[in-house]
Design a protein around this ligand. Structure first.
Ligand code: SAM
Length: 304
């Protein structure tokens, strides 16, 4: 009897699963007439290492950029790195059947697979693949499976200085050799040293860069905003959570939920400060004949 009781109390508090939140919510997002269905966490993850379960502001801005230019991305193949929830790749999949989303984290991969599956169910092919930046064996196997890509997207994948070189090694291997091939990066600047280092490494890895002015495509009043159309909180409790079936007839609660949803139905970035620290950069391979050199980019100017 004593032994049984001991067993019952034998909780492993060091297990990462204790802090794992997989209570995903399914949402319908709209941008410029394109809609996608995605699952995500509605709140920040409780695990500090799991950044890919929510949508980051950079992904919202990059989505708006891509959707505003969607005609350009209808052809060729597209890879998103560090996709997390995967909205950039999923929106691209609405116009391009050769869209691949990727991440290195197993928990995030489960979610990403589900989101790619939702896209396929809606009739828009999208593949999800595990890809660890800088892992040459992994990169080779992705290359073998999909070939190289005409466009690579990355949203908020620059936050640790140490991931910059592995990322460029990955881009070098997976971007086609064509002069029009591009790596489009959008991130929230957190340190000016990291910003400078990123551009130095771009040049050292053979890339020119061009900063894109947000105002060239982004305006809260135009139709390239990203909106939440619908949220279905009961649809998805992957972890065996039962949802709140017993409470669904609580009208007051439902009304409060609806009100909350209406308030948060714009997924655009309205915070001026956040926008001001958002960097959107297009990298292209240097033309070997044109010489090189590290430079400080100016908005809208190609630096070679
Ligand atoms: C800040 S989140 C951004 C997620 C998504 N792109 C967005 O903006 O909403 C960074 C993502 O990069 C992934 N990541 C971090 N390190 C990585 C690595 N070494 N290789 C591949 N993915 C990585 C994380 O798992 C996470 O999903």
């Amino acid at each position: 009897m004593e032994v049984e009781k001991d067993k019952e109390d034998d909780t492993d508090y060091s297990s990462g699963d204790l802090f794992l939140n997989k209570t995903y919510v399914q949402k319908t997002l709209e941008c410029s007439g394109c809609t996608i269905n995605v699952k995500m966490l509605d709140t920040a993850s409780t695990d500090y290492d799991l950044t890919g379960q929510i949508i980051w502001p950079a992904a919202k801005l990059l989505t708006q950029y891509i959707v505003s230019k969607r005609e350009e991305y209808q052809n060729g193949s597209i890879l998103e790195v560090g996709s997390g929830v995967g909205i950039c790749g999923l929106f691209v999949a609405r116009v391009n059947p050769n869209s691949v989303v990727s991440d290195n984290n197993d928990i995030v991969m489960e979610l990403l697979e589900e989101n790619a599956q939702l896209s396929r169910t809606d009739g828009y092919p999208c593949q999800a693949v595990k890809l660890e930046w800088g892992d040459m064996a992994n990169i080779e196997s992705v290359k073998k499976q999909y070939g190289t890509f005409d466009t690579i997207l990355g949203a908020d994948v620059v936050y640790w200085r140490t991931s910059i070189i592995p990322l460029f090694l990955t881009i070098q291997q997976l971007l086609t050799d064509s002069s029009s091939a591009s790596y489009i990066l959008c991130y929230q600047s957190r340190s000016s040293q990291t910003d400078t280092y990123l551009l130095e490494q771009a040049s050292l890895h053979g890339f020119n860069y061009e900063f894109i002015d947000h105002q060239s495509f982004f305006n809260n009043n135009n139709n390239h905003t990203l909106n939440l159309l619908k949220s279905n909180d009961n649809d998805n409790n992957q972890n065996g959570n039962e949802g709140n079936n017993n409470n669904t007839n609580n009208q007051q609660e439902e009304e409060m939920e609806k009100e909350k949803e209406t308030k948060s139905n714009s997924y655009s970035i309205k915070d001026e400060y956040l926008l001001s620290i958002m960097k959107l950069i297009v990298f292209k391979r240097k033309n070997e004949d044109s010489g090189d050199g590290v430079g400080v980019g100016v908005v809208g100017v190609v630096v070679e």
